[in-house]
Design a protein around this ligand. Sequence first.
Ligand code: HXC
Ligand code: NAP
Length: 294
Amino acid sequence: MYNEGMLRDNALKGKTILVTGGGTGLGRAMSKYFLQLGANVIIASRKLPVIEQAAKELQEEAGGTVLGLSCDVRIYDEVEKMVNAGIEKFGKIDVLVNNAAGNFVSPTERLSHRAIDTVVDIVLRGSYNCTLALGKKWIAEKQKGAVLSIVTTYAWTGSGYVVPSAMAKAGVLAMTRSLAAEWGRNGIRLNAIAPGPFPTEGAFSRLFPAEVAKMMDPKTKIPLGRYGELQELANLAAYLVSDFSSYVNGDVVTIDGGEWLYGGGEFNMFSHIPKEMWDMLEEAIRSTNKKSKE
Ligand code: HXC
Ligand code: NAP
């Protein structure tokens, strides 16, 4: 059953978790599960009405306390204000989830330099702004902390048509691994999750617009033949921000149904060959073998 919560009740009790972009999509799903597990949650993004509505609904659905704040993660002053407002409300922040992102598909030569800046600034600058603002506080106050960044598998494979996002996610992964080594001694862990496709409105409207969806089905690249479920992602995230993962530091966990490996394996597209063709193929290969021995 992949729609069930995984951790025991109150597994996150006493923790305050800041989720950037927590008003929609994956951020919202993670926030909901963190609340169900007893955490206080701060959600923040640019659109205050969306955040306020989400905060209200999350509290009704999951209980607990949610603080909704407006913040553009590209702007360091706004990030500091967000962090200070969270600390003022809850006394401390224990976990940062770098989830806010911007992305859209486009041939790279069609992009203006401003378009590239926009995506890179939201994803990379936004993630290091938030990580730095909280990391400074944690270290100054000798407080433990955990950072979880949501990247994606093309952070290491790269991908055409989403080049600004690929460059920025690769940077976030490098930050995760670098700071895991540097800040581990301060009791600060950094990890990442690399999801494959999860059907959220924000991502799918910009990456698989209706016209594209008519031409190709992303599920055909996924060995498990389906998209991820929000609860599956939330379960993994909750584990990685909880004390159950205290010894996991600097890692990236892929949750993509096997998609990126399928794309990399030379012969994996043979899964498109119908079963009944294999007798004929085997015979043809055997006969070539036989001829080569003659
Ligand atoms: C070319 C485009 C464009 C497009 C915008 N621009 N859309 N260029 N093709 N489709 C250009 C604009 O013309 C402008 O450049 C520059 O980008 C900034 O655009 P704005 O609209 O002013 O930016 P802003 O309002 O800040 O919005 C940012 C955004 C938008 C990224 C463009 O899409 C957004 O708000 N996204 C947030 C949510 C999101 O993207 N979620 C999906 C994450 S999914 P000029 O030169 O004209 O000034 C994800 C999944 C990855 O990351 C993995 C999946 C498997
Ligand atoms: P989403 O709903 O569009 O989430 C993106 C969030 O980022 C929005 O809530 C948006 O809110 C916020 N945001 C954008 N720019 C911001 C800024 N400058 N400052 C603060 N917040 C900002 O998409 P999603 O699918 O849930 O994506 C969530 C995360 O998962 C992203 O990191 C994405 O790269 C990653 N991911 C998603 C998939 C997938 O298939 N869905 C796959 C791999 C990775 P505002 O517009 O209000 O600012």
